[in-house]
Design a protein around this ligand. Structure first.
Ligand code: K1U
Ligand code: ZN
Length: 175
């Protein structure tokens, strides 16, 4: 017999929980293994390449990612992640967000970052990269501080995109 991991509902903008600053995860917090497993299942189902705990209403500094490179599953759970180094060189990449479904924009960010975090055993780890990994790490850590990818684009583009999202979500709610 197999038991399905329960999925979590993803919050959409303008839910105020997406704008809150998340709290550090305490050492030995017994909720984290189950919450991170449910976040991974929710991310895979969406589908997405990352998910931050505030996107499922948990104001904790917890992120899951899996870039699905070469179709090989490579889930990473990052507890209390922080950027400890970033390149001065920048890169532009189109980003989406599971909390702003169907909306995309080019975002400029540092091209390379190094992130320090704890794994599920509490061990200190580091992950470093460029390309999609760098964009995804920065996007997810932004979520922990209530920052969305639309905060990195012009006010004109942001307002257009947020109006489009509101219209699309209203139509969806009407069936
Ligand atoms: O945090 C999120 O909302 C997840 C978001 C992460 C992200 C995407 C692009 C650049 C930076 C960060 C997503 O996963 S949006 C969906 C997506 O990008 C994707 C979905 C399926 C296959 C490949 C990508
Ligand atoms: Zn996002």
């Amino acid at each position: 017999m197999t038991t399905e991991t329960e999925l979590l509902p993803i919050l959409y903008v303008p839910d105020p929980r997406l704008r809150a600053k998340a709290k550090p995860v305490a050492q030995g917090d017994s909720r984290i293994p189950d919450l991170s497993a449910r976040m991974l299942a929710t991310m895979y189902k969406a589908p997405g390449i990352g998910l931050a705990a505030p996107q499922v209403g948990e104001l904790l500094r917890l992120v899951v990612i899996d870039l699905h490179e070469n179709d090989v599953p490579a889930p990473v759970v990052l507890v209390n992640p922080e950027i400890v180094a970033e390149s001065s060189e920048t890169a532009v990449r189109e980003e989406g967000c599971l909390s702003l479904p169907g909306q995309y924009a080019d975002v400029t960010r540092p091209a390379r970052v190094k992130v320090r975090y704890q794994d599920l055993t509490g061990a200190k780890r580091e992950i470093e990269g460029d390309g999609l990994l760098a964009a995804c790490l920065q996007h997810e850590i932004d979520h922990l501080d209530g920052v969305l990818f639309v905060d990195h684009i012009s006010a004109l583009k942001r307002n257009m995109l947020l109006r489009k999202l509101a219209k699309e979500l209203k139509l969806k709610a009407q069936g």
